[in-house]
Design a protein. Sequence first.
Length: 245
Amino acid sequence: MKISRIASRQEWLAARLDLLDKEKAASRQMAALAEQRRALPAVPVEKDYVFDGPDGTVRLIDLFEGRSQLIVYHFMWLHDIDEGCPSCSFAADNMPNPIHLNEGADTTLALVSRAPYPRLSQFKSRLGWQLPFYSSHGSDFNYDFHVSNDESIAPIEYNYKDKDTLLRERLDYMTANGADGQGVSVFAQDEGRVFHTYSTYGVGADVMLSTYRFLDLTPLGRQRYINEWPWHDMYGASDAHAHHH
């Protein structure tokens, strides 16, 4: 690694203090955004979604595992190669030890994908994840929360953009029937009644990428775009740098 900018400690400190003021301003802004996010109203979930998991068929309320809050990571499946999306896999690798969410914050984090459950189970085992992984195969869940598109099921929408907007912004890969995207949806339950409180897509889901938070502290930075990270068991393999979206 070639170091191109070298300074005295005094020069560095002046630059660092200037940056510190900006970091503090950004932190205050992020805290204010989080407060506004918490203040969003809740929408009742009236549809009775079903999922396949390790114990068979379950309902959305079951994904909470008895807790008050549920965070769902909408995990893309690459149906053409029958593999989990490397970008979503990178996100899953970055997710926290669930004990802190489960025991410390009355919250469950779960992965949900449109692939059939036996394939998800194999993939989870291959990559060694501990988080619960459920299949929404055959249900409207992905379409209603706008991470899968099929015009025969629901109008096309991704990241709060309709089909015309997606095409205009050259995001046409999300307008094909059967197209999947990634995202995060948050739910809360009150005595068994489920409410939807938040969803985010695209770069909004970067909150899951703790590796980026660490790399942002370094001179080299992130180095790779999200879809350039390989499955973690492919490092060193010839196709480790295969790009998928």
